[in-house]
Structure formats: structure tokens, C-alpha cells
Design a protein around this ligand. Structure first.
Ligand SMILES: NC(=O)c1ccc[n+]([C@@H]2O[C@H](COP(=O)([O-])OP(=O)(O)OC[C@H]3O[C@@H](n4cnc5c(N)ncnc54)[C@H](OP(=O)(O)O)[C@@H]3O)[C@@H](O)[C@H]2O)c1
Length: 257
């Protein structure tokens, strides 16, 4: 029996990771801010799959929240075998429309928390000679897209860099870069989605299935779905200026909200 810790487990992609890993027989440590929702999720997954599901309430935009999770990841008695750094959010609007405090909170959750949780997880994993970390980025990492895209570009670079440093240790790291996924993300950010064509939407369960398959193959970057693989390949050929004009609008300020 192995244990997976998932941040942002109560909704969207994190909930899809929790469903899939519980169905595969993994015990879980579920992390988010909403304790009631975490408890309901833990009970449901335990009842459905007979796994143990711990609840860890933590706000990853605070040092206290980050430390609560790093303490759990450092436990030698109840080791965590797989860390899914998934918690994240969007801020509506372009640069200067978004309050600086919100931009800094994003960097704390998307970058600092991911850095500190990854570090806390991989140390005991390296000692045991096995383990895995999936850091959820976005295809926004590859196009000009403000603080959100920049934070996700950091996630990709950081993850692939650490994966290289730990090559041969038995610890695998992979950045996951999905396109648009139907979750609570856009609604929470107050972003309109009417200008996103139907074909661009991915299903969270399919993204998770593709991600776990890529992790088991030893990939350090997973871009689920052939549509986005093709798009990201084509994006490399488009001049950055033109790409910025195309991508800075989708799902941000413009279009119906
Ligand atoms: N949806 C997309 O189109 C898309 C595309 C590419 C990448 N992503 C990335 O995928 C990841 C998951 O997003 P999602 O779409 O699944 O979003 P979601 O449906 O809004 O779920 C976000 C989850 O993160 C938790 N969370 C948010 N802020 C937190 C904080 N400060 N501390 C702890 N937990 C926090 C939320 O629970 P609480 O509110 O209870 O804390 C919730 O469980 C994010 O990193 C996002 O950037 C999403």
C-alpha cells in the first residue's frame, strides 16, 4: 500500500487525482482550505474504495499552511510515496488590473509552496530510493500570459531541473501541463469562458489518466491530449509577439465574463 498526498484535492484536477488514486488502492492525504469539504471527500473515498484518507487543512498561501504540509511530508513513520502539487488558482485580468497582493499570493501558492513541498517530499523519497512528484503547471507556461503563465513556466523549469538532479535516485518528478480543463478554476476567478471553443476543453479524469501513464513512463513533462501537443508544437513556430496577442485574451479579461 502506498500513500499519495494531493494539494487542492477537493475540486477539479485534484479531485480527479484523488478519485483515480483511491480507485487504484492508494491511501491519501487530502489537502485544501475547506475542512468540511475535505472530510466529506475523505469519507466518500474511504467508503467507496476501502482506502485510508487523512484530512489536512492548510492554506498554502501562508507559511503556517506550507509548514503543516512539509511536516506531514517529512514523516518517516507514515511516508508519502507520491506528491501531487496541484493547488492553484487564476486571477482575472491583465497586469496592473490585478492587485499586487493577489499576484504575490499566486507566487506563494504556485511557486514557493511547490518548492518547499517538493523539497520536503523528495528528501525521504531519495533515502528510500523511490517516490514520485507531479507538479501541476499549465500550457500557459509556454505562451506569454502574465504572472499566471510565468509562475507555471517556473513550475516546468524547476520540475525538469530537479528531475535531472535526482536522475538515478529512484525518485521521479514530472510537470503536468494541461490545456483548459472543466473545473471550478474559471468560475472561482470570475473568468468568462464563453470565448473558449468547445474543442479546447479537456476532461479532468482523462488528464489525470494521461498524467499517471506519462509518470510511469518516466516523462518529466506531460502535455495530455494530442490536440494540445500539436498546438504547443505549432506555438513554437509562431513569433512571440503574435502569440502574446492571441493568448493574452483567452479566458482572462475579454469576452463575456
Ligand atoms: N482548469 C484549468 O483549465 C487548468 C488548466 C491548466 C492548469 N490548471 C492548474 O490545475 C491546478 C488545479 O486547478 P483546477 O482547475 O482543478 O482548480 P479548482 O477546480 O478551482 O480547484 C482548486 C483546488 O485548489 C484548492 N486551493 C486553492 N487555493 C488554495 C490554497 N491557498 N491552499 C490550499 N488549497 C488551495 C481548492 O480548495 P480550497 O478552496 O478548499 O482551498 C481546490 O481544491 C491548478 O494549479 C491550476 O493552475 C488548471
Amino acid at each position: 500500500m502506498t500513500t499519495a498526498l494531493i494539494t487542492g484535492s477537493t475540486a477539479g484536477l485534484g479531485a480527479a487525482f484523488a478519485r483515480r488514486l483511491a480507485a487504484d488502492g492508494h491511501d491519501l492525504v487530502l489537502v485544501a482550505r475547506d475542512t468540511k469539504r475535505l472530510r466529506e471527500q475523505a469519507t466518500e473515498l474511504h467508503d467507496l474504495h476501502g482506502i485510508e484518507a487523512e484530512v489536512l487543512t492548510a492554506d498554502l498561501s501562508t507559511d503556517t499552511g506550507i509548514e503543516a504540509v512539509t511536516d506531514r511530508l517529512g514523516s518517516r513513520r507514515n511516508p508519502v510515496d507520491l506528491l501531487i502539487n496541484n493547488a492553484g488558482f487564476g486571477n482575472k485580468g491583465r497586469f496592473l488590473d490585478v492587485p499586487m497582493a493577489d499576484e504575490l499570493t499566486m507566487l506563494k501558492v504556485h511557486c514557493e509552496a511547490v518548492l518547499r513541498l517538493t523539497s520536503a517530499a523528495v528528501e525521504p523519497m531519495r533515502e528510500r530510493g523511490r517516490g514520485g512528484v507531479v507538479n501541476v503547471a499549465s500550457v500557459a507556461a509556454f505562451v506569454p500570459r502574465g504572472t499566471y503563465g510565468a509562475s507555471k513556466a517556473w513550475v516546468v523549469q524547476f520540475t525538469q531541473g530537479v528531475a535531472k538532479d535526482l536522475a538515478g535516485s529512484g525518485v521521479r518528478l514530472m510537470a503536468l501541463a494541461p490545456g483548459f480543463v472543466r473545473t471550478e478554476f474559471h468560475q472561482r476567478a470570475g473568468m468568462g469562458t464563453d470565448n473558449i471553443p468547445n474543442w479546447m476543453w479537456l476532461d479532468a479524469d482523462n488528464v489525470v489518466a494521461a498524467a499517471l501513464a506519462d509518470l510511469s513512463r518516466g516523462k518529466t513533462l506531460s502535455i495530455p491530449d494530442p490536440r494540445y501537443k500539436t498546438l504547443m508544437g505549432a506555438a513554437k513556430l509562431v513569433p512571440r509577439g503574435l502569440l502574446g496577442g492571441l493568448t493574452s485574451r483567452t479566458g482572462r479579461k475579454y469576452g463575456p465574463q
